[in-house]
Design a protein around this ligand. Structure first.
Ligand SMILES: Cc1cc2nc3c(=O)[nH]c(=O)nc-3n(C[C@H](O)[C@H](O)[C@H](O)COP(=O)(O)OP(=O)(O)OC[C@H]3O[C@@H](n4cnc5c(N)ncnc54)[C@H](O)[C@@H]3O)c2cc1C
Length: 339
């Protein structure tokens, strides 16, 4: 198991709160690192809604979620602090004033910990059909990072929620064909998007199959060539051309080990004080993972909480450093006049 060099702060989670915490730690002159279970930074923004517009982040009249992640990652990266992706934290050890976060493969020691774990380490819900499993990553994709990769292809989307309808709508005109498949005729998506997709299907520009599910994957030359759909009411099957299947079945999230660390946890949320303290000295929590009276689960709130948590943690590690950071517009670390 690889053991990394000790840092002042370890931050669990590369969502907006964790990314801003990493930036802030660098600004305060602390060494820091992020650990995230996902293969990409951005938390819910990257995993759940990269193509959605966000309107309530200060300073941005509107911003695509994936573009906000890019800006946050760029801002966080300017001090050269590492973001370790694909590292799910499964354990915490504490000895001689050092916390060690343990993942399946590595150990990350630090002097303080900031938990910015959002709704937990989450992963897309997988298709239950065994025939789908071998094709994950080879024609079945549960995360869409770049819509253009599906240009000119027959795309089948499985699901009845916002992501399924958003992608059905957005891939129209990009893909060669769009087929939306759902097990019922009840949808959990924004009505305007449902209406748009249904209008497109009525006009023959796409297809919607309700009360259907995946029955089989037909391969040719090592790639998906078609799929079979089963009508779950009539018990009949039909074959449609298909290059790509996008299961949009939601996510399963798991707080896992974090709940066993002696923190005050209720309904998967960590109770914190107004200084983001968790009750366990040396550990702070910010963003969606924490709760307190008046808590708002918003990106903007997470940013402010990250500032509070980092300033407290920096003061804990270096008592001579003040809690109050001063103004970034004056700081020498940015080449400004430090006064
Ligand atoms: C569809 C949708 C639309 C939204 N729209 C808006 C909006 O318009 N405006 C707004 O302000 N908010 C919006 N939100 C809410 C916003 O996305 C969240 O408030 C925000 O993502 C919280 O950020 P975070 O950094 O606290 O947590 P998250 O974004 O959840 O990130 C947490 C990260 O921690 C990682 N993690 C968790 N546990 C572990 C572990 N054990 N080991 C390693 N890594 C771990 C996860 O993998 C994840 O990457 C929306 C949410 C959704 C789902």
């Amino acid at each position: 198991m690889a053991t990394h060099e000790i840092r002042d702060l370890s931050i669990i989670g590369a969502g907006p709160a964790g990314l801003f915490a990493l930036f802030y730690a660098g600004m305060r002159g602390a060494t820091a690192q992020i650990l995230d279970a996902l293969p990409q930074p951005g938390g819910q923004l990257a995993a759940l809604y990269p193509e959605k517009l966000i309107f309530d982040v200060a300073g941005y009249p509107r911003v695509l979620a994936k573009d906000l992640v890019q800006s946050l990652t760029q801002q966080a990266g300017q001090f050269g602090q590492p973001i370790h992706l694909g590292q799910r934290v499964v354990g915490l050890e504490e000895a001689d004033g050092v916390f060690t976060l343990v993942t399946e493969t590595d150990r990350f020691p630090s002097r303080a910990v900031i938990i910015a774990a959002g709704i937990g380490a989450f992963s897309p819900r997988r298709l239950p059909q065994a025939c789908a499993e071998p094709w994950y990553g080879k024609g079945i994709h549960d995360v869409v990072l770049e819509p253009k990769q599906f240009a000119g292809q027959h795309v089948t989307i499985i699901g009845g929620g916002d992501s399924a309808f958003d992608w059905a709508h957005q891939l129209e005109g990009v893909s060669r064909s769009i087929t939306l498949v759902h097990r019922s005729d009840r949808f959990r998506a924004h009505q305007a998007t449902v209406d748009a997709v249904m209008a497109s299907a009525a006009a023959g520009r796409s297809a919607v199959h309700t009360f259907h599910e995946l029955a089989d994957v037909i391969a040719e030359d090592g790639r998906i060539a078609a799929i079979e759909l089963k009508d779950i009411k009539a018990k009949t099957t039909k074959r449609i051309p298909c290059d790509v299947v996008l299961p949009m079945l939601g996510f399963v999230s798991d707080m896992g080990a974090l709940l066993t660390w002696g923190l005050q946890v209720e309904k998967d949320e960590i109770h914190v004080t107004q200084t983001m303290e968790t009750g366990r000295p040396g550990i702070w929590a910010c963003g969606d993972v924490n709760t307190y009276p008046g808590k708002l689960k918003l990106i903007a709130t997470g940013f402010a909480e990250a500032c509070v948590a980092v300033n407290q943690a920096v003061h804990w590690v270096y008592p001579d450093k003040k809690v109050n950071p001063g103004h970034s517009s004056n700081l020498a670390v940015f080449g400004q006049k430090d006064d």
